[in-house]
Write a protein that binds this ligand. Sequence first.
Ligand code: SOE
Length: 374
Amino acid sequence: MSASEPLTVGVLGYRFMGKAHSNALARLPMFFPDAPAVERHTLIGRQEEPLREAAERFGFEHVATDWEDVIDEVDVFYNLGPNFVHAEPSIAALDAGTHVFCEKPLAPTLEEAEAMRDAAAGSDALAGCAFNYRFVPAIRYAKGLIADGALGEIHHVRGRYLQDWLVDPDAPWSWRNDEELAGSGALGDLGSHTIDLARFLVGDQVGDIARISGHLRTFVDERPVEGEDETRPVTVDDAYSAQAAFESGAMATFEASRFATGHKNDHTIEIHGSDGSLRFSLERLNELEYKGPDQRGYETVLVTDESDPYVAHWWPPGHVIGWEHTFVHENYEFLTSIADGTDFSPSFEDGYRVQRVLDAIERSDETGEWVTLA
Ligand code: SOE
């Protein structure tokens, strides 16, 4: 790729994440003019008709029904498919020297995540894992406070991710309900975000998770298949909870549920230290609640100043941004890392480290014992 030519991107997946990332790529030229030029080259999917319709709508030049025909033809491969298609195409692309951006969680199993991590380590191409919540301005602001020591010694991390889209027992079965296809349920789909955020925010202060105990629960064990007169078993968790100790001795509690009635996409993380605390909620994405050493209680900081991360690319202070903008930020950073030949976080190593924690929670649930992460 020469400096003047655009990066050609092939994207596998054209539903929810395909739309989120295609929108992000389309926003870059207007809001991040210093981002590398990108050509939305090929959209990859199995069903030709809806694929062509999506390619038209998302601005892709070409379509393909087989990823193997694409990964050698583009500079960057986005793997936005279901968890069970993360490993093989991503490893093949990295082995071919194609940069890879893969949605979270990295894989359904620890073994596949390890193979992806190793492929990235052995490739000259760049690999990133799309934990988009690292790219919320308020989360970046929180990380700055923690890095500056504003919270003092970290004692507690408390993360939870609550949704309720499956509380209706008649909500249809999908690949997210199947262990072979997804690996786990709320644990991997939602818990992976929270565990990654905890590692991102306090990892430098408290080290990695040293040991953990977990509990998984499936409330509804079979669901109707949409458009058919049959049901399929639910073989993954509907909810999980876990408690953990970091290497420093700091404590963490994590939970996620798809049965938290009344909560639509409620991802919150709280951190308590010797000198202060902070609290973030995705439902109030532009705000950070912070209690510093000189305050009696929490104050709500509206993180929309032009000096705040990414904000200057958008609108004046107070003109808030949303969930979709986090994808623009992560695409900007990943594509810029490719163009500059610099590292990108979260890497496949980060994705693998999250997968180790997911796997440990599942093993703890099976044995009823704490699991030490070597
Ligand atoms: C689950 O419904 C989901 O789409 C997750 O898969 C995403 O990662 C999360 O950002 C929103 O909820």
